[in-house]
Design a protein around this ligand. Structure first.
Ligand SMILES: *[C@@H]1O[C@H](CO)[C@@H](O)[C@H](O)[C@H]1NC(C)=O
Ligand SMILES: *[C@@H]1O[C@H](CO)[C@@H](O)[C@H](O)[C@H]1NC(C)=O
Length: 379
């Protein structure tokens, strides 16, 4: 499986066995859905960055690059610390609550105190166009700094973990930022211990994006809900974003999973939401989400007062509505032990799937069986 489809990307010679030298590492599989056709660094010679400085240079290079991450790159301390004020809006660190960095807006009457945090965590590494980033086994870790993909295209990020971005502080760091991008495929990525969002889509359109097989681990020691679960999941509030969200595991969040607005077209397929102590979907009236073959288990509020357009594959009859747009029926979701029923059946936005590559969908039971163990940097 791991090396079988590497030739699709013509990255490097396909390894015949995993025991071969690591320099034969190549992209595994191909993107389901909207990011179809992405090539990243293509057949550029794979480079093993030696240290954080080298990694930053490669990701920011103007040339196509295939960058192999075979160890932990520890960014903590590499940019020093920042002193400022934090707002104690939710409670104390001792009680498992996050504080909020005062980004110049004051603390709205809440107590504030001076604090010092790691600077590297607050801004992701700039990623320029035509890059492939591949982690080796479970060794590829970005510790203390995320990725920032802004006005760039044709990027593959596969099989890495991003962790520990000032997790005690709101605004402490986002794992992956996208704004003004096209053709970005994020696959088998684990994000955890973020200060703020796991994935944030900025205000410029992001076209042809796929997030697949990824593990959003919301379990944390500090959160705004003070219950060990991260509130800041997926911020999909840009403009005209197109996002396929396939085979992902969204675990132990407490909100914004996703926040969906800005005319974002969100196709969630075979993804699993589990143990959410707050809300899953929130957003304004221009958000558009099709959820099929997904699993919602033990989510306090799946849809609540969301006012946009959603289709939750509510029944076999309703699922036939998909055929004209996806060239197949939609696949019913599994819903167990949740605080509400997800029954939305809006179809007006389906015309926005025209011209896009559509991910296939398996039965939700298959996702339930495989996604929680396979998602993340498990290749
Ligand atoms: C969370 O807190 C526990 C108990 O203090 C500690 O063992 C663990 O390492 C902490 N996790 C992180 C990611 O800091
Ligand atoms: C449901 O999720 C909550 C966290 O949101 C967790 O504390 C609880 O143990 C979960 N229940 C089950 C039965 O797993």
């Amino acid at each position: 499986m791991k090396f079988s489809l590497g030739l699709l990307f013509a990255a490097v010679a396909v390894a015949s066995s995993p025991a071969k030298r690591a320099d034969a590492v190549s992209v595994t599989g191909s993107p389901p859905g909207f990011a179809y056709g992405v090539t990243g660094g293509g057949d550029a010679t794979p480079v093993y960055p030696t240290d954080v400085k080298h990694l930053i240079e490669l990701l920011g290079s103007d040339d196509p690059q295939v960058i192999i991450i075979d160890k932990t790159f520890d960014f903590i301390g590499t940019e020093g610390t920042t002193k400022g004020n934090i707002c104690k809006a939710y409670g104390s660190f001792e009680d498992g609550c996050q504080s909020t960095i005062d980004i110049g807006k004051g603390c709205d009457g809440k107590p504030s105190e001076p604090y010092e945090w790691d600077t590297a965590g607050t801004t992701g590494i700039t990623v320029q166009s035509d890059k492939t980033i591949i982690g080796v086994g479970n060794k590829g870790v970005l510790l203390g700094k995320g990725l920032r993909i802004v006005r760039a295209s044709n990027i593959i990020v596969q099989n890495i973990m991003i962790t520990n971005l000032n997790p005690q502080l709101v605004w402490g760091g986002d794992a992956i930022t996208l704004s003004g991008t096209s053709k970005v495929w994020i696959d088998h990525v684990t994000t955890q211990y973020t200060g703020r969002v796991h994935y944030v889509f900025g205000h410029e359109a992001n076209a042809h994006v796929t997030i697949s097989n990824s593990f959003m681990n919301g379990a944390t020691n500090f959160s705004t809900s003070c219950d060990g679960q991260n509130y800041w999941g997926l911020e999909l509030v840009g403009a005209d974003d197109q996002i396929t969200f396939a085979n992902n595991y969204v675990y132990r969040t407490s909100g914004r999973s996703p926040a969906l607005s800005g005319k974002t077209l969100f196709h969630a397929v075979n993804s699993v939401w589990e143990d959410n102590s707050g809300h899953a979907i929130e957003g304004t009236d221009d958000g558009q989400g099709l959820f099929e073959g997904c699993v919602f288990n033990n989510v306090t509020q799946i849809v609540g007062d969301f006012v946009g357009q959603l289709f939750s594959s509510p029944s076999a009859t309703a699922n036939k509505e998909c055929a004209g747009y996806l060239k197949r029926d939609c696949v019913t979701n599994i819903q167990t032990n949740n605080g509400d029923q997800f029954t939305n059946a809006d179809t007006k936005f389906f015309s926005n799937f025209a011209g896009l590559n559509i991910a296939t969908a398996s039965a939700a039971s298959a996702a339930q069986a495989s996604v929680p163990t396979n998602a993340g940097n498990t290749l």
